[in-house]
Design a protein around this ligand. Structure first.
Ligand SMILES: Cc1ncc(COP(=O)(O)O)c(C=O)c1O
Length: 507
């Protein structure tokens, strides 16, 4: 086959394979990934390639011809006959980088990669006027604009040119001390020497990966997991071994089995509190069990805690770093989700033997995090603005979570299920399996000017077809209700279309 055709099918699904294939082909046509004029493989060839029966492919092609997506030319083959339905949305970026990427990757690597075509599709959410629930950002209406302006003016008056010079690679010393004090309030005992200031939690994670892993090494993550860590793994050419989750986070029985089989991952990346995307919280007993495993097999645990303080309900569960008695945990966090993502101030806390190497890698990466921004963050903490904002933000997030749950009950179709988050920004929703998959619903919702994150992008194995992640925190309550109403409408409209397809004599 000249072109790389990829139609991920879920063989465990109750939905017939031909119908899954219809959806996948439609989706790729609508997103522009299969442009008009593309020649599709012959039915026998495609059936062999994706390992389904030929009759399923024949049925799928027939239906797509009937709907005007494909046309058949005797002796020449089957062609895409219409342009992507979303071109009017201005999604030039959604053209497929897909094939270029895949060419470089081994099969094993491909299995580990998030689906880039889906991520491209998700760029549609950047259009202005969209009720956006798709990004991982905290709500911009929470940003303390005036306090930041005032802090920067104060710093320029107070420190003059010094505020604009190169900073120490480890970080601005007063901020390192403030972080030490701040995390001691969260239960972590450390000295300022254990603190490295980074450009957000993202850079902290990247530095740790560079410091602990070499090309080809393995890191363990949960499945699903934070997309950014998969990006780091790809950029640093390390393998991801993913472990399934349940309501309490990573399944440690599966992890233990993997370790007992003699595998030697170099680190375990984990988000114990308000995991992204599921918002699950790992209970205390499992945290202790994880540390026992890590110590037994000598594997560093990288704790990403960016959502930890966004708790508005339920009991606090101690951080892994608080429970860590041997120094095996590297704690990563940032002020991004709790205050301001754009200042790019994060930190990591690690024992000295890790920290020295990390500082050298940090210096090589960017010399230091902006000294001006570090001073601004330091002043915002000193002036009590962080504490004030956290209280305010959590109160408001609580209100938005309640609105989101009411709106889901009101507008989402019967059979939809979701978690009830006690903090963080996301609800993780499971759509009913008798209806559209998440990507179809996304494309239909975008046409109604509302967006969310498609579940598949968080998985390393194409799972999550029926999951969506909604950042309810991003929108004010009125817009949450309106946005969810449109998502519910989009679902029902798609359902109407399927019922017509079902009755088609071609099938
Ligand atoms: C789990 C997790 N870690 C890290 C980040 C990135 O954080 P930062 O903006 O501090 O780099 C995000 C952002 O979405 C996240 O969800």
């Amino acid at each position: 086959m000249h072109q790389h055709f990829s139609f991920p099918l879920d063989r465990d699904s109750e939905e017939p394979l031909y119908r899954q294939l219809i959806r996948q082909i439609k989706l790729q046509i609508e997103s522009g990934q299969l442009p008009a004029g593309t020649r599709l493989p012959a039915s026998r060839e495609l059936a062999e390639h994706i390992n389904i029966s030929r009759i399923s492919v024949v049925n799928a092609y027939a239906e797509l011809r009937a709907e005007g997506y494909l046309s058949a030319h005797a002796g020449r083959g089957t062609f895409v006959s219409r342009e992507g339905g979303n071109h009017h949305l201005g999604n030039h970026q959604s053209q497929p980088r897909h094939h270029a990427h895949n060419n470089h990757l081994s099969t094993q690597e491909m299995e580990q990669q998030p689906d880039y075509s889906l991520r491209d599709i998700m760029r549609l959410a950047r259009r202005t006027g969209i009720i956006n629930f798709s990004h991982g950002s905290p709500p911009p209406d929470f940003y303390p604009m005036n306090q930041l302006r005032d802090a920067i003016n104060t710093i320029l008056d107070r420190d003059g040119a010094q505020a604009l010079g190169y900073e120490q690679a480890e970080g601005y010393p007063p901020l390192r001390a403030s972080v030490r004090d701040y995390v001691s309030g969260l239960g972590i005992r450390c000295s300022a020497e254990n603190v490295l200031i980074t450009a957000g939690a993202q850079q902290a994670t990247d530095l740790v990966v560079q410091s602990l892993l070499q090309e080809g090494d393995i890191m363990v993550t949960a499945n699903p997991t934070y997309l950014g860590v998969l990006d780091i793994a790809k950029a640093r050419r390390v393998h991801v071994h993913s472990i399934p989750v349940d309501d309490e986070g990573m399944r440690l029985d599966v992890l233990e089995q993997y370790l007992m089989e003699g595998n030697k991952p170099r680190m375990i990346y984990i988000m114990p509190t308000f995991h992204n995307p599921t918002s699950a919280v790992m209970p205390l007993h499992r945290r202790r069990q994880l540390l026992n495993l890590a110590n037994e097999y000598h594997i560093p645990v990288v704790e990403d805690a960016v959502y930890h303080e966004l708790r508005y309900e339920g009991e606090n569960v101690p951080l892994l770093k608080e429970l860590d008695e041997t120094g095996i945990v590297i704690h990563i966090s940032a002020f991004s989700k709790i205050l301001l993502p754009g200042l790019r101030i994060g930190y990591l806390i690690a024992s000295k033997h890790y920290l020295e190497r990390l500082v050298r890698i940090k210096y090589a990466a960017d010399i230091s995090t902006s000294g001006l921004n570090q001073r601004a963050m330091h002043l915002l903490i000193q002036r009590g603005i962080l504490t004030y904002q956290l209280e305010h933000n959590n109160r408001e997030l609580h209100r938005r979570r309640d609105t989101a749950i009411r709106a889901m009950q009101k507008h989402f179709p019967e059979g939809t299920t979701w978690n009830r988050p006690q903090g963080g920004l996301y609800v993780w929703v499971k759509l009913p399996k008798n209806g559209p998959i998440a990507t179809e619903l996304y494309l239909a919702s975008i046409k109604k000017d509302v967006s969310f994150a498609i579940g598949n992008v968080f998985y390393t194995n194409n799972a999550g077809n029926y999951n969506i992640r909604i950042n309810y925190g991003l929108q004010r309550p009125e817009l949450i209700d309106e946005g969810f109403k449109r998502i519910g409408q989009a679902w029902r409209e798609l359902m109407g279309e399927y019922n017509t397809v079902e009755k088609s004599p071609l099938l």
